[in-house]
Design a protein around this ligand. Structure first.
Ligand code: C2E
Ligand code: CA
Ligand code: CA
Ligand code: CA
Length: 275
């Protein structure tokens, strides 16, 4: 009888060890990755639905792990946030995105994702300012994407930081809109320039009436508040047609093109795919 407890323990122990060990290895590799130049930004086009023209690109981080190949940001960003690496990594992202975008024809924009954790760093505004100055990118061509969780950790400093960033002349977009808890009150607390409609609503368009109703409401809300609305995760022509009818101003997704390295961008929609 005494062996049951121990037997159970022994059964789980190696597995837990393996998980912990994998996590430790990821942490060790991640700490070296920045210095080793293993990160790269991919860019996915955002398209003006009426004009059918590229307005800019969202920068999406990729990690070329020497043994594992490309690792998804969904896997390593939470770890980078945990171990205090997101600030230096995020600084690299802002600098790299501004530097690369400064070589694109104006007025093409670049959108950069910011982690909520970066807002706890006092140097965030200074870092963005420096990236703009060093690259010479016109601030109106930089957009920062934040999620509602940034405002969740709210205190006055978060809002003050957002206002300081805005004062630099750049734009602020709310990402993954509709997935949080009280999106509408957040829209009141800060004047966003853009709302990104979460891809879960876009992907439900063909099969679910509620998704269409939600997309229409968000597009209408954006229009009346003077914010542009971007639909994320657009994969089919049918979705695009519905989004246009709903009044969305921009679209982004595999239908127009997957994220690509900067060197592969031609800034022509035809080179990306249909439309
Ligand atoms: P996100 O900001 O919501 O980015 C959109 C994600 O949807 C990207 O995944 C993109 O590749 C994917 N996507 C685009 N079009 C489609 C489509 O038509 N269908 C489908 N199924 N997916 C599509 P990705 O690149 O794996 O990035 C995942 C998340 O990682 C991002 O979600 C963002 O939260 C985070 N992330 C990426 N780069 C950065 C970064 O530089 N900094 C920070 N803090 N987070 C980042
Ligand atoms: Ca985003
Ligand atoms: Ca998103
Ligand atoms: Ca997301």
């Amino acid at each position: 009888a005494k062996s049951v407890g121990r037997g159970t323990f022994r059964f789980f122990e190696p597995e837990m060890d393996a998980q912990l060990q994998a996590r430790r290895m990821l942490e060790v590799d991640l700490r070296k990755a920045l210095a080793n130049g293993e990160f790269e930004l991919f860019y996915q086009p955002q398209v003006d639905i009426r004009r059918k023209a590229i307005t800019g690109y969202e920068a999406l981080l990729r990690w070329r792990h020497p043994e594992r190949g490309i690792v998804s940001p969904a896997e390593f960003i939470p770890v980078a946030e945990d171990i205090g690496l997101i600030s230096p990594l995020g600084e690299w992202v802002v600098h790299e995105a501004c530097r690369e975008a400064s070589g694109w024809p104006a007025p093409l924009k670049v959108a950069v994702n910011l982690s909520p954790v970066q807002f706890r760093n006092r140097n965030l505004v200074q870092c963005v300012k420096q990236a703009l100055e060093e690259s010479g990118l016109c601030p109106s061509r930089l957009e920062l994407e934040i999620t509602e969780s940034v405002l969740l950790q709210d205190n006055d400093t978060t809002l003050a930081t957002l206002h300081q960033l805005r004062k630099l002349g750049l734009r602020i977009a709310m990402d993954d809109f509709g997935t949080g808890y009280s999106s509408l009150s957040y829209l009141r607390s800060f004047p966003f320039d853009k709302i990104k409609i979460d891809q879960s609503f876009v992907q439900g368009l063909s099969s679910r009436a509620d998704c269409l109703a939600i997309v229409q409401s968000i597009a209408g809300l954006g229009a009346s508040l003077g914010m542009s609305t971007v639909a994320e995760g657009v994969e089919t022509e049918d979705q695009l047609v519905q989004l246009r009818a709903a009044g969305c101003t921009e679209a982004q997704g595999y239908y127009f093109g997957r994220p690509r390295p900067a060197r592969d961008l031609t800034h022509s929609l035809e080179d990306f795919g249909p439309v």
